[in-house]
Write a protein that binds this ligand. Structure first.
Ligand code: SF4
Length: 167
């Protein structure tokens, strides 16, 4: 049984991707970015460890007819790639209409080999860089980070960024 370590779950967010979303914070991050937005999620021994099936049930309990999707953040969700893959698979089985956003401190090029990428709709990639902080950016903290349309990127074989109507 695959286990996952999480810091917490927030429901009803409108700032972690398009629409109303449940946000799942994975616990543990190998990077130590100066100005990290969520330093409590960095230690790998923190948070709660639980079977993936229990996390999925907790996530599904937050879903309402208004929920557009699930966002994985952290911490570093891709530091637990098998657990993330299993979690998304089980969510998609129960609620295929939910879209999946994932924040990562890695660049797309560093993680494109991971099978879990095929389950993700939007990857917000790259570390937060304090010198590139820009409060005007939608859904990301610094200008080096990209909102990557993963299905289009995998089909094209090159990074395709998500087009937001506001941009
Ligand atoms: S990658 Fe994200 S969670 Fe990890 S240290 Fe950097 S800002 Fe914090």
């Amino acid at each position: 049984m695959i286990k996952v370590r999480v810091a917490g779950i927030t429901r009803g967010s409108v700032v972690d991707g398009l629409g109303v979303r449940t946000v799942v914070f994975f616990q543990g991050c190998p990077r130590h970015c100066p100005g990290c937005h969520n330093p409590g999620t960095i230690p790998f021994e923190g948070g709660r460890e639980m079977p993936v099936i229990e996390l999925v049930q907790e996530i599904l309990d937050t879903v309402t007819p208004l929920t557009k999707g699930i966002t994985f953040s952290g911490g570093e969700p891709l530091a637990q790639p098998e657990a993330l893959l299993e979690t998304i698979k089980m969510i998609k089985e129960k609620k295929p209409s939910l879209d999946i956003w994932t924040y990562t401190g890695y660049t797309f090029e560093e993680v494109k080999h991971l099978p879990v990428l095929e389950m993700i709709d939007v990857l917000v990639d790259g570390p937060f860089i304090k010198e590139k902080k820009d409060l005007a950016l939608a859904f990301r903290g610094s200008s080096n980070q990209r909102l990557i349309d993963v299905p289009k990127t995998l089909a094209a074989g090159r990074v395709v960024e998500l087009q937001l109507e506001t941009e």
